[in-house]
Design a protein around this ligand. Structure first.
Ligand SMILES: Nc1ncnc2c1ncn2[C@@H]1O[C@H](COP(=O)(O)OP(=O)(O)OP(=O)(O)O)[C@@H](O)[C@H]1O
Length: 518
């Protein structure tokens, strides 16, 4: 396994030298570190008055640390952009719930709102359909009042329908492509379909490529998606065929070259036009932006991104340590050890004795989420109505409409506990989650961080409990220790006599379930 330098508490010069020798680039060793407690007024990051007004309408009073730091760098790098130099890439790591989405949505909307012609200029890649929907909602809130168009490609509609939304229905193929949207938010799979199959779909005009939840996406090598996307942003190499194309320039009825719509760097490559000493080289304008709560330090994965002049901004504690796994300041983390057979009763104790409300409960699989929900339903049934909790199950098996309805119910505060597998462990923004329970331990540290990060978002308070079976204790603690995170968790010891009064109800629930299943 790749050694995880960021989990070490302090870097000595010696450590840094070792990491350098391992191929970790200098910029990744020296991030700009930002204090998560910082915030600034809305008018101090360089956004236009229209967008500031929109932020106020959305109820924002100030910008969080990640936004305060990233938006100005983003705007400055674009302002300095000319066709001879790429604008330079950005990598951002910041805790869960710290406001990373708006850190890219706002500057992208601000910059693109000055555009004249619609072309696909911003592409946001996310790992799941739910996250795409969520980021679309954020864009929709801020493009209001501009004529920017935002589209999604997730495979929710038929391919043909999605194609007509993205590029229209024209049968003519144009060198410069066609786009009905300025901003596209997509999952890698559907994006690959359009890159391969959709005529006129092109990334040559792209100015922003955002890879959100970067770690998870870089771990998925679905159809080599990253390479395909990156090469679609670059002009193809000049071949004999493309050279011939210079004598077949298409013109429209007014004699204007159809290739007019091509990106400058693609025109130069496509037509092999004669150059003079005064012609300046044209290079693609795309700026790559990587966002993650847990940014990879794997040199191989970093190299695969072909970053240009990258800058690394890391929002984390200011105690001089570099942590790969920074968690929100308002989060309290607990672990409770128990025998495997006692886990359901411990959960019942947390729910009914500690009166957990607005909770998310993670299980290891869809199947165990179902079992747990059935058990809690049976337990609930035996209680007086005023003590019963509203417990629902959220799973990838549900239809989209049902999932949306459950999310809404939760957001409206009508759900006490939502049981799910890791489907919503990452990125989903339910702003009122008060408690996260990991009923089954997460097997990897980044999964733990993303799960607990569903609470204590946007500067709020939240509590996380992880139920650890005695036999898993050593593994789980070692995982935390290696990540330099062990000290953050408090042990919650539940006395046997506290569980005893709940045993009878639990047993009765189990019996009634057994009877139903017979
Ligand atoms: N400046 C702000 N003021 C108030 N609320 C904000 C601000 N910025 C973001 N938020 C809210 O904070 C919540 C978390 O933001 P967001 O989903 O972008 O977090 P994130 O850093 O992407 O988290 P994750 O890594 O878990 O995906 C959202 O509900 C968002 O609306």
């Amino acid at each position: 396994m790749f050694p995880d330098f960021a989990s070490q508490k302090q870097h000595t010069q010696e450590d840094i030298q070792i990491l350098r020798n391992m191929g970790i680039p200098e910029w990744l060793l020296q991030p700009t570190v930002v204090d998560p407690e910082e915030a600034c007024p809305l008018n101090q990051v360089g956004l236009s008055p229209r967008l500031i007004e929109r932020c106020e309408e959305q109820g924002l009073a100030n910008f969080f640390a990640v936004q305060m730091k990233v938006i100005p760098v983003f705007l400055r790098r674009q302002a300095l952009y000319d066709s001879r130099h790429a604008p330079g890439d950005l990598c951002i790591s910041a805790p869960t719930g710290s406001g990373k989405t708006m850190a890219y949505v706002l500057p992208i909307v601000d910059i693109l709102s000055k555009r004249v012609v619609t072309r696909l200029r911003a592409l946001i890649v996310l790992p799941t359909r739910d996250l795409v929907q969520q980021v679309k909602e954020t864009f929709d809130a801020f493009v209001k009042g501009t004529n920017l168009k935002v589209g999604i490609a997730v495979g929710q509609h038929s391919y043909g329908h999605e194609r007509s939304i993205l590029v229209g229905n024209s049968s003519e193929t144009l060198d410069g492509g066609v786009s009905k949207v300025d901003i596209l938010i997509a999952t890698p799979g559907r994006l690959m379909d359009h890159l391969k199959e959709t005529p006129n779909f092109t990334l040559q005009h792209l100015r922003f490529l955002v890879i959100d939840e970067a770690d998870r996406l870089l771990n998925q090598n679905y159809q080599d998606w990253l390479n395909h996307i990156l090469s679609a942003t670059r002009p193809p190499p000049l071949t004999d065929d493309t050279k011939k194309a210079c004598i077949s320039l298409k013109t429209n009825p007014f004699g204007v070259m159809a290739s007019d719509a091509m990106a400058p760097s693609f025109i130069a490559s496509r037509f092999n036009l004669p150059t003079t000493d005064l012609d300046l080289p044209k290079i693609p304008s795309v700026q790559k932006l990587l966002f993650s709560a847990t940014l990879t330090k794997d040199p191989g994965k970093i190299a695969s991104l072909h970053l240009v002049d990258p800058e690394y901004i890391s929002v984390q504690g200011m105690d001089g340590t570099q942590q790969q796994y920074a968690t929100p300041a308002g989060l309290k983390e607990h672990m409770t050890m128990c025998a495997t057979a006692k886990k359901p009763v411990v959960l019942i104790y947390l729910l009914y004795q500690l009166k957990v409300k607005r909770g998310l409960c993670f299980t290891k699989s869809v199947e165990s989420a179902r079992q747990l929900r059935l058990l809690l339903d049976a337990y609930n049934k035996a209680l007086p109505a005023d003590q019963a909790l509203v417990i629902v199950e959220y799973s990838s098996d549900l239809a989209n409409s049902k999932r949306k309805a459950l999310m809404k119910q939760f957001k409206d505060g009508q759900v006490d506990l939502m049981i799910c597998s890791d489907l919503i462990g990452r990125g989903i923004d339910l702003d009122n989650v008060a408690t996260v329970i990991s009923y089954d331990i997460p097997l990897f540290m980044d999964k733990y961080i993303h799960r607990v990060g569903r609470t204590a978002r946007a500067g709020r308070q939240g509590t996380a409990y992880t139920l650890v079976e005695n036999k898993e204790g050593r593994y789980f603690k070692e995982m935390l220790r290696q990540a330099g995170h062990f000290q953050q968790l408090e042990r919650l010891d539940i006395a046997r006599q506290d569980l005893e009064p709940l045993e009878a109800g639990y047993q009765a629930a189990m019996d009634s379930l057994d009877q139903e299943q017979e």
